[in-house]
Design a protein around this ligand. Structure first.
Ligand code: NAD
Length: 224
């Protein structure tokens, strides 16, 4: 049972957005903000914001608004960003490299401790000060280094056998970018899937409702 189980999933899903936005306010030196101002800037209704923030104790005071720093700290605490979960990344290709280099792991509750690949051309290269290790050494590495999370950036075909090995090693938490559905095969794992194509398709759906295709669309389709 999660200690914040009284907070609904839709509210949890909005928390990173609040956190990001409050962080930007702090960078600008803003110390307090009303739910109306938050609403104007974030596009949620003021009553939605009050309801969301009331879920974990309010923090607002009538006539004062919200203390930006304490709200930021509390949301970070609820999200667990003050943790340091040890993560390994499997698949040091284009996507894996981008994830390894660009994510602020330490600010998001994680520390990247290992990167693995099976391509001899990638093994031994250095990404984010971490030397890419041969996947053959996975078991040895995980026995020596407590690993909480695996980040999956391998092709779908490679994913099942690697997932089995990680599961055998006791790893139950996954940040999954591969198109392999981890949760179908294991029912006691925690997975957060990231699929940029899904997001793109939703954008397409929204656009197709709002505007017509350009006249030269057929030609573009043929050329692709
Ligand atoms: P890539 O070919 O550049 O990288 C894949 C890496 O995985 C390579 O370095 C390869 O050596 C390694 N690999 C393959 N089999 C392996 C194995 N058995 N053990 C260890 N390493 C292995 O491809 P990419 O562009 O980085 O994309 C990786 C995968 O992610 C693709 O298959 C794609 O389907 C998927 N993808 C997902 C998203 C998303 O939004 N979720 C976006 C882009 C790509």
């Amino acid at each position: 049972m999660h200690k914040y189980e009284n907070i609904s999933q839709p509210v949890i899903k909005r928390l990173p957005r609040y956190y990001r936005f409050l962080g930007e306010l702090l960078d600008k030196g803003v110390t307090r903000i009303s739910s109306r101002e938050l609403s104007d800037k974030m596009g949620f209704t003021a009553s939605q914001i009050r309801q969301d923030l009331n879920c974990f104790g309010g923090f607002g005071q009538q006539g004062y608004g919200y203390a930006v720093q304490s709200l930021y700290n509390e949301i970070g605490h609820i999200l667990g960003l003050d943790h340091c979960y040890k993560a390994i990344l499997i698949g040091a290709g284009n996507l894996g490299k981008a994830v390894a280099v660009h994510m602020s792991f330490e600010k998001r509750g994680f520390k990247l401790i290992g990167i693995f690949d099976n391509d001899p051309a990638k093994v031994g290269t250095v990404i984010r000060n971490i030397t890419v290790t041969d996947l053959d050494k996975l078991e040895e590495f995980c026995k020596e280094n407590k690993t909480d999370v695996a980040i999956f950036t391998v092709p779908k075909a490679a994913a099942p056998s690697i997932a089995d090995r990680l599961y055998q090693l006791g790893i139950r938490n996954y940040w999954n970018f591969s198109h392999y559905d981890l949760s179908i095969n294991y029912d006691d794992i925690i997975v957060e899937n990231v699929h940029l194509n899904d997001s793109l398709m939703i954008l397409c759906y929204k656009i197709s409702d709002a505007c017509d295709e350009p006249e030269d669309a057929q030609e573009f389709r043929k050329a692709d």
